[in-house]
Design a protein. Structure first.
Length: 123
């Protein structure tokens, strides 16, 4: 090998043999712990997240409750219709058509009512 090759090889070995950190411990901090705080903006950000979370949970629980109540009402209506149909069949009468048969699906009728504040059944 040449002198230049020996120099490059010895330099590479020295660089690779260096430890990653000269000391495994960090020096003690010179900043007092009292001065290391999130500050006003940190408090505002956390307060905003907490308030938004509470509002989202309240809104979600209302929506779930409303959906559950609508399902229960639909089941009651279907049970009453089945009972009325069975009673009419026992008596031999034809069941009378509903006044709102032209609307079709109950879901569509519920959606037509909307969720406005003037709805009396809004929970």
């Amino acid at each position: 090998m040449t002198a230049a090759g020996d120099l490059v090889l010895s330099t590479a070995v020295r660089l690779l043999a260096q430890p990653a950190t000269p000391d495994a411990t960090l020096p003690p901090s010179t900043v007092p712990d009292v001065d290391v705080t999130p500050g006003v903006w940190g408090f505002v950000a956390i307060a905003f997240v907490a308030i938004a979370t509470v509002l989202i949970i309240v809104d979600m629980s209302r929506r779930v409750r409303r959906t559950r109540y609508r399902g229960e009402v639909r089941e009651q209506i279907e049970a009453e219709r089945a009972e009325a149909g069975a009673a009419a069949a026992r008596l031999g009468d034809e069941p009378r058509p509903r006044a709102d048969d032209d609307l079709g699906d109950d879901d569509r009728r519920d959606d037509d009512l909307g969720d406005g504040p003037d709805r009396p059944d809004r929970l």
